[in-house]
Design a protein around this ligand. Structure first.
Ligand code: CO
Length: 135
């Protein structure tokens, strides 16, 4: 049975990373580890470690992304919650067996990680990401 290890990150949709840092870094005091262009997600992401987890500020770089649509509809805010799991394929299989709807029926493979999203229709409105670190 797959196991959830921790909250890997909470992703916050923003229209302007520098502007968002005025609160998250300058006022609240979180460290900014780095800002990275993530072309596969069509976004710029600011990584802010908090203990064993991270806050990620996500700014879309194209209009046709889920995050861009989320900002257009809701003006930004918490976009998704990401759980790190020890075996993402097992977790997906177990969720499907329980009738949970997934956005990604198979994990997406990116350098160093696999990921899949659970559909908010099955979670009470929360977009949930599953994430597995791979070697
Ligand atoms: Co994420």
């Amino acid at each position: 049975m797959a196991r959830i290890k921790k909250i890997n990150h909470v992703a916050i949709a923003v229209t302007d990373i520098e502007q968002a840092l005025v609160f998250w870094r300058d006022a609240l005091g979180l460290d900014l580890h780095h800002v990275e262009d993530v072309p596969s997600q069509k976004s710029m992401v600011a990584f802010m470690p908090v203990g064993e987890s991270e806050v990620e500020l996500v700014k879309p770089t194209a209009e046709d992304t889920g995050v861009a649509k989320f900002i257009a509809e809701r003006g930004g805010g918490i976009h998704h919650l990401c759980f790190e799991v020890d075996n993402i394929e097992e977790m997906i299989t177990a969720l499907k067996a329980k009738g949970i709807r997934l956005i990604n029926e198979y994990p997406l493979e990116l350098p160093g990680r696999k990921m899949a999203f659970i559909h908010p229709k099955s979670t009470g409105g929360v977009l949930v990401e599953l994430y597995e670190v791979i070697a």
